[in-house]
Design a protein around this ligand. Structure first.
Ligand SMILES: *Cc1c(COP(=O)(O)O)cnc(C)c1O
Length: 341
């Protein structure tokens, strides 16, 4: 059996989740008549202390809608240069919002309030109007790095003081909350809109949520429709999301332990230059010799271990609920046995 570290998106629904999905009551959600979709949206909005939520097809969709709610054509969003919204959403900010980006370099995918202040454009007709700040927590390209909550609060306070809305790409925010221990409502109160993936470490097969104010979500429903994301008897998949939020949050800490055990066990191998600090379920290794990246990935594949190239010099491993302790040990043994060079 393959040990699949490529992403936490590769998880398959458990028997319990599938049973729950099959029992879902459904209706036409475009008519607002799917009780399970409505239950998921209500559960999520209450969980995060927000007014409303919208079930979306993917994290890209919930991010793009959240961004479009706040950006006008010719406007600008401030985000980290490695952020998913900029790098991995098919140019969606330009395409969907007609807007520009101001990219900030930072500390393992995280930015701070001084950088944000500096990145806000003055009122000058030459410059795009700064209209949104977007954070990513955990930061994927930063190796699953978690924001210090005080840094988020500083950015949020500044944004409030100048009337800038804040979006959170919280694809893995439940991993972040597992580590920082902040109460979900308090954490969520810092942001205007939040995107949360159900299909990553939470183990649902599909779906994301956009969470925010009632009038935002009403408008978001219209944008989602125009993107082709109005879904009919979506209760079957919404049920998986409900099951995930109710059963798979507490266990995320197990994925984090597996990731740190994996990283610690291999960090001194001679072909590894650096293992990024591991806070959550992502292990990124920088290679001594980047030209060997394809060879290493291929050698692992031949031993049924799958992982992804991450940029030109690194490899990423992601732990999740379909990777057992035993498989972590097998992967460590294989990594240690590789003859590189
Ligand atoms: C996975 C991910 C998303 C959304 O991805 P989809 O594949 O569209 O669901 C957004 N942001 C980050 C940081 C992610 O890792």
């Amino acid at each position: 059996m393959k040990i699949d570290f490529r992403s936490d998106t590769v998880t398959k629904p458990s028997k319990e989740m599938l049973d729950y999905m099959f029992q879902a009551e459904v209706g036409d959600d475009v008519y607002g008549e799917d009780p399970t979709v409505s239950a998921l949206e209500k559960f999520a909005s209450e969980y995060f202390g927000k007014e409303a939520a919208l079930f979306c097809t993917s994290g890209t969709q919930s991010n793009q809608i959240g961004i479009q709610l706040n950006l006008k054509p010719g406007g600008e969003v401030i985000c980290h240069a490695d952020s998913h919204i900029y790098r991995y959403e098919g140019g969606g900010i330009a395409k969907n919002s007609g807007a520009s980006v101001k990219l900030i370099d930072g500390n393992y995918g995280r930015i701070n309030v001084n950088q944000v202040k500096y990145a806000v454009n003055p009122d000058d007709i030459h410059l795009p109007l700064t209209q949104l700040v977007s954070l990513e927590d955990t930061a994927n390209k930063g190796g699953g790095a978690v924001y210090d909550f005080n840094d988020i609060k500083e950015i949020a306070n500044y944004c409030k003081s100048v009337g800038l809305p804040m979006h959170l790409d919280g694809a893995r925010m439940m991993n972040a909350l597992t580590v920082n221990g902040i109460v979900p409502k308090e954490y969520a109160s810092q942001f205007d809109t939040i995107s949360l993936c159900l299909s990553k470490g939470l183990g649902a097969p599909i779906g994301s949520l956009l969470i925010g104010k009632k009038d935002h979500i009403k408008q978001a429903r219209r944008i989602r429709k125009s993107m082709g994301g109005g879904m009919r008897q979506a209760g079957y998949i919404a049920a998986a999301g409900l099951f995930a939020l109710q059963h798979n949050v507490d266990r995320l800490k197990e994925d984090h332990l597996k990731a740190s055990y994996l990283g610690d066990s291999i960090k001194d191998l001679e072909w590894i230059k650096e293992v990024y600090p591991i806070q959550t379920n992502i292990v990124i290794i920088e290679l001594m010799n980047p030209s060997l990246q394809p060879t290493i990935i291929q050698s692992l594949k031949e031993k049924d271990i799958l992982c992804n190239a991450f940029g030109p010099t690194a490899i990423r491993f992601v732990t999740h609920l379909d990777i057992s302790d035993n498989q972590i040990q097998i992967a460590i043994d294989v990594l240690k046995s590789l003859r590189i060079g």
